[in-house]
Design a protein around this ligand. Sequence first.
Ligand code: AMP
Ligand code: MN
Ligand code: MN
Ligand code: MN
Length: 288
Amino acid sequence: MTMKIDLHSHTYYSDGHLSPAELVLRAHQMQLDVLAITDHDTTQALAEARHAQAQEKRHLEIISGIELTTRWHGFDIHILGLHFDEHDEQLQQRLLEQTRTRVDRARQICVKLAKCGIENVFDDAMVKVGQGQITRAHIAQVLLERGEVSSFQGAFTKYLGKDKRAFVSAQWIDIATAIQWIHEAGGVAAIAHPASYDMKTKWLKRLLSEFKSLGGDGMEVTHPNMQPTKKELLAKLALEYDLKAVVGSDFHFPSRWSELGKRLDISAKLTPLWQDWPCLASFNKEYL
Ligand code: AMP
Ligand code: MN
Ligand code: MN
Ligand code: MN
């Protein structure tokens, strides 16, 4: 028996489409054994997910998670926090800072959109957000529904992407701070989707080297649709910089391209970040 694990997923508390209960149900349908919920800058989904899981007969180990947004040399770098105490009061206080940054940035984006003749996007986006974190995905959805763009992706290429008409560079925390927040809440920190930052390999190496020297623990090494050559490069880099391996689908909603727990196998040379988590001890005995 092998363990099916996915350590990167979203709910509607950030830019995912499913509720925490729906995500848990989906994880069961996909035969997952372990699921980390890693919403952007919030842990709100975890309590509801655990509550939903408590009603289920089939076992699913839910791991606390978060995807922290940081700023590094002009890049928005996402850092996954995993296996920490989600009730840590200090962490929750610190996250309020990221919420403020998100709301401030969204307001500034909407000011820029208004200058392009697209008015009052902020209020419409906040209706979609509900109690969760506002993301550019919410703003993109409003632009799509208003017919200002013809596709979700188009909202990024025309307005929201880096250096486009309504792009705002936010005051995110730095990488060292993200690692510190996660470690002080008892968790481990990993670079999310290192292959998707649109940076040259030289810069990626610089990022991984700095992350490691700041005490970072791991990096994602695969993604459901990743080319084999990319996978090989990431495995090589994980070994070179002594970072443990994280696997996750970055699931936001079911689609032809994205699903929980699919095609996430990794090279046997890599050390899984989860190998010494006590909650997975019985699985790891068989899996490793
Ligand atoms: P934010 O964290 O608010 O900057 O929003 C980032 C989220 O928007 C990402 O997690 C993606 O889900 C989505 N996103 C960012 N860039 C793009 C893009 N170019 N195309 C489609 N979705 C994007
Ligand atoms: Mn997202
Ligand atoms: Mn991300
Ligand atoms: Mn993500």
